[in-house]
Ligand binder design. Structure first.
Ligand SMILES: Nc1ncnc2c1ncn2[C@@H]1O[C@H](COP(=O)(O)OP(=O)(O)OP(=O)(O)O)[C@@H](O)[C@H]1O
Length: 250
């Protein structure tokens, strides 16, 4: 067992150890992840960055249990998810992981409130009303709860998606290019919220982004290149991220 894995305790929300992911076989095989070991502390906002094709989405999908791995382990909280069966993995994703996608992925026929609460309902869990109210107020969604997604702006829809991701108080929220479809002002609001959910609500966020400005909202940037860890930046600024990416040839 590697040092990383044995270090997993209350302070680590998610971790990968010696992660290998290969797409395809033989001559056309691509080693999308080539021995990645990285830990994500609870209560921190981390951005994953790197050149196109460096393995960012693959790492996020493997960390979130959306994709299987060829070697190595992934832990969410204290649970090694790489050894779970499909049923247990589905339950873990439902109960302990939140997702925010670039395309919002809200159900068009449901109101904002119904979209936020759907996951809990499907799991047969009662919402914690106080927590729900806190999230809704922090996100400024109170007067939009009865609206359908088509009656909301892109920024509002993404805020609903953030509320949906957080309502079950997951161990980790994974955000995949959450501002990719938003104008810069709506994007800044969503990033502000993600940062606030970490600082004030003690949540853990791991975000994949191409945007150095978006990454500057994080506490830490993890850099990938060619499926390997290529460095990290604490307390990043848009400039420090940009120059690190240039260094990697992005
Ligand atoms: N389903 C797949 N089948 C085959 N190859 C894949 C598949 N998914 C990803 N790859 C390859 O794995 C490598 C890593 O891809 P990945 O999407 O993780 O990179 P990324 O850093 O997220 O890229 P981008 O910034 O362009 O979204 C790339 O070479 C990609 O072509």
């Amino acid at each position: 067992m590697s040092a990383l894995v044995s270090d997993i305790g209350t302070g680590t929300a998610a971790a990968a150890a010696n992660l290998v992911k290969v797409y395809g076989k033989g001559d056309t095989a691509v080693r999308a992840l080539d021995g990645v070991s990285v830990a994500f502390q609870a209560g921190r906002f981390t951005a994953i960055m790197g050149p196109s094709g460096s393995g960012k989405s693959t790492l996020m999908h493997c960390l979130a249990g959306l994709d299987n791995v060829d070697d190595g382990t992934v832990h969410i909280g204290g649970t090694e998810i790489t050894s779970l069966g499909d049923k247990e993995l589905t339950k873990l994703r439902r109960d302990r992981v939140g997702f925010v996608f670039q395309a919002f992925n809200l159900l068009p026929t449901l109101s904002a409130e119904q979209n936020v609460l759907l996951g809990l309902e499907l799991a047969g869990r009662k919402p914690d009303r106080e927590w729900f109210d806190t999230i809704v107020d922090v996100l400024g969604l109170r007067d939009r709860l009865k609206h359908k997604p088509s009656e909301l702006s892109g920024g509002q829809q993404q805020r609903v998606a953030c509320a949906r991701a957080l309502v079950a108080r997951p161990d980790v929220v994974f955000a995949d290019e959450p501002t990719g479809n938003l104008d810069s002002r709506s994007g800044a609001e969503v990033l502000d919220f993600l940062r606030m959910s970490v600082r004030k609500l003690n949540q853990t966020v791991i975000m994949v982004t191409h945007d150095p400005v978006a990454a500057s909202y994080a506490d830490r940037v993890v850099l990938l290149a060619d499926g390997r860890l290529a460095g990290e930046i604490q307390e990043p600024t848009a400039d420090s991220v940009l120059s690190a990416l240039k260094h990697l040839g992005a």
